[in-house]
Design a protein around this ligand. Structure first.
Ligand code: ADP
Length: 163
């Protein structure tokens, strides 16, 4: 069977980290197309605007011809159906991610039985890395060059100047 496999990688990406990019690269090698979808969730107040998060992701994935960046409001499974995608990718870093991801994936399956969530593990050097840690470190003016691309640091510095 020759399926045209499209995968959806949703998240907040506030901001994108090398952990996210590890998962995106793995997915881009496995699937015909990967849609990285930024959740525009007003109840979570992000540090970076949707426009900034989208731009930083776009710069990060320029080298992959089969990866596109998009965003969505509201229910993920509704968005997946609209895009005609039945495969969702999530990253699994440690056991601590498991409980939440397990609940989310079963809930999404209840809402949309035709959609399957699969999990990928990043390189172990990224297993402790998350966006909130990066935000905290940047606020404390720590060196985060090992965790995020340079343009993330530049975007943060530009924001600081405006405040
Ligand atoms: P969310 O708020 O939806 O969890 P995130 O932007 O934090 O969004 O993460 C999006 C996805 O990327 C999630 O599946 C998360 O587990 C995964 N992820 C985040 N950081 C890493 C990392 N360092 N390594 C692998 N996967 C990660």
């Amino acid at each position: 069977m020759n399926k045209n496999l499209i995968a959806l990688y949703p998240g907040t990406f506030d901001p994108v980290t090398y952990g996210h990019l590890d998962i995106i690269e793995r997915a881009s090698l496995l699937f015909n197309k990967v849609i990285v979808a930024i959740a525009n969730n007003p109840s979570k107040i992000p540090l970076f605007t949707l426009k900034e998060r989208k731009h930083m992701l776009e710069l990060s994935v320029k080298k992959y011809k089969n990866v596109e960046i998009d965003w969505f409001n509201g229910l993920l499974v509704k968005y997946a159906r609209k895009k005609n995608v039945s495969l969702i990718i999530r990253g699994l870093r440690a056991v601590s991610d498991f409980e939440y991801e397990f609940q989310m994936s079963l809930t999404n399956r209840k809402l949309a039985p035709e959609i399957t969530t699969i999990y990928m593990m990043p390189n172990e050097k990224y297993t402790y890395l998350n966006s909130s840690l990066v935000r905290e470190l940047m606020r404390l003016d720590a060196d985060v060059t090992e965790f995020v691309p340079d343009f993330v640091i530049e975007t943060f510095k530009r924001k600081l100047k405006k405040i």
